[in-house]
Design a protein around this ligand. Structure first.
Ligand code: SF4
Length: 475
């Protein structure tokens, strides 16, 4: 098990000529992952004494209170602990039961996660608003057909309006929906009538997103909602508010701005990193910067600058959801998932990792200290101690993207070749199955429906698992 306090970089790296760690991996590494590339990098982490989440998951023992029972910190008469065999019988200082405390803790987690999703949607709406107002010259409406379709759903008048005007109106309507005080969210109308009927029956039709979060926090304030089932009903309404008023808006507005995905071939895993190129990894969730980074890395001026530093090109890849955004629209290869973020840096071949929001381990900065890799945060909402902060602004997006790429290129000569170890592991992938594309494949514009698919299943002409691509469609 790795020791977090061991001096960084204290071990020798297996050279490129040594047999692949895939075949000689030690038992602990094999038990921690089924991915051969991750397995290979974990062995290197162990040899260098560099801590990753894979080690910390063993080192960090679950909090005995949270692991066994619950802790309430809602007010300062506590914290109150609910543990032991009699935890169900225990009461907080205020008299709260374990069920109430568990429900309150749960809905506060839902509020946090839902807020992250919805704030992402709000960020895309703000970008669309800047485009509509002519303040973001580096972006354009890439799917005007979808712009009109979604604008119509929001009840906007389409006639006589160009894309820019409509983009502004739709952005304002979407932003207004987040703060809607009366009635339900616009997107809820997409749900089947029977589903809405059920939501109405249980009183969980989502209202404006912000209202649901504020009400959830209010209800869980000390001395307010103290009926666990009643709190859980609100958790359902809040979760629906996220799905229908946060994530759905984020997806639709992203498609309008950056294009609705259609199938595109790429590759995935740490093997997409390149030994002789400037490697930049995007990490986080938002496409507004990563889209422009794709353009910046393909810019002839940047490629020429990279060549001047001895690199044969600029290789952009990704981790996590922002990676998905540029995979499904631009075919940019993911270097891995959430769990590969520290492992990618361990390859010693990453010049710069640019992170925006959500799912970014604070641990990446610590791992990067062992290499030349620079971690750059970009969101005004998220900084990490020890990382460089270059704040993103959609009004001058391309200039900022080029600034980041140039920084990565400048860092390329600092790469220590003796520390480079890129696993060869990568897989072919086809991404980009938007629901629009699936409908097109199942009948096209004139008879687009899921009928061909359901008919073949119900008549037993097609059996078993759905086609493999179903697993790669966007949720
Ligand atoms: S709300 Fe009640 S259970 Fe929670 S910390 Fe305060 S006194 Fe304790």
């Amino acid at each position: 098990m790795a020791n977090r306090n061991r001096p960084a970089g204290g071990g020798d790296l297996p050279g490129k000529d040594t047999p692949s760690a895939r075949h000689e991996v030690d038992p602990p590494a094999r038990a921690r992952t089924i991915d051969p590339a991750a397995e290979e990098m974990l062995q290197i982490a162990d040899q260098l004494g560099i801590s990753t989440a894979f080690q910390r998951v063993d080192e960090v023992k679950p909090c005995p209170i949270g692991g066994e029972g619950a802790c309430c910190k809602v007010c300062f008469m506590g914290p109150c602990r609910f543990t032991g065999k009699d935890k169900e019988d225990k009461r907080g200082v205020c008299g709260a039961t374990l069920s109430t405390v568990a429900a309150r803790n749960y809905i506060r987690s839902v509020a946090g996660g839902a807020s992250a999703h919805a704030d992402h949607g709000r960020g895309i709406a703000m970008a669309l608003l800047a485009v509509g107002r002519g303040q973001a010259p580096d972006y354009h409406v890439k799917d005007p057909q979808k712009l009109r379709r979604i604008a119509a759903e929001f009840g906007l008048e389409l006639d006589g309006k160009d894309d820019q005007k409509l983009a502004e109106e739709l952005a304002l309507a979407a932003l207004n929906d987040f703060g809607r005080q009366e009635g339900h969210q616009i997107m809820v109308s997409r749900a089947p009538a029977k589903r809405i009927e059920k939501w109405e029956k249980y009183g969980v039709v989502p209202r404006g997103f912000d209202r649901e979060v504020v009400e959830s926090m209010h209800r869980t304030h000390a001395g307010t909602d103290q009926d666990a089932e009643h709190i859980m009903d609100q958790a359902v309404r809040l979760a629906l508010a996220d799905g229908w008023g946060g994530s759905m808006i984020a997806t639709d507005l992203s498609d309008i701005l950056f294009g609705t995905p259609k199938p595109i071939a790429s590759e995935a895993n740490l093997g997409v990193l390149k030994d002789d190129q400037v490697n930049i990894i995007v990490h986080g969730h938002e496409p507004v910067l990563s889209e422009l980074l794709v353009d910046a890395t393909q810019d002839p001026e940047m490629l020429e600058y990279a060549a001047s530093k001895g690199a044969s090109g600029i290789n952009l890849s990704g981790i996590c959801c922002t990676s998905n955004e540029i995979l499904m629209r631009r075919g940019i290869a993911p270097a891995g998932n959430f769990l590969h973020q520290e492992l990618a840096i361990l390859t010693g071949a990453v010049e710069l990792m640019v992170a925006d929001i959500q799912c970014v381990f604070q641990g990446v900065v610590e791992v990067a200290r062992n290499f030349h890799t620079e971690i750059v945060t970009t969101s005004p909402k998220a900084k990490i101690e020890g990382a460089t902060h270059i704040e993103f602004d959609e009004h001058r997006a391309l200039a900022i993207a080029k600034q980041i790429v140039r920084r990565a290129i400048d860092n390329y000569p600092n790469r220590d070749r003796t520390k480079v170890h890129i696993p060869q592991e990568k897989s072919a992938v086809i991404a980009g199955f938007s629901h629009e594309y699936i409908r097109y494949m199942l009948g096209g514009t004139f008879r687009g429906s899921l009928t061909p698919s359901t008919t073949t299943s119900s008549t037993a002409r097609s059996r078993g698992s759905p086609p493999s691509w179903a697993a790669t469609t966007r949720g």
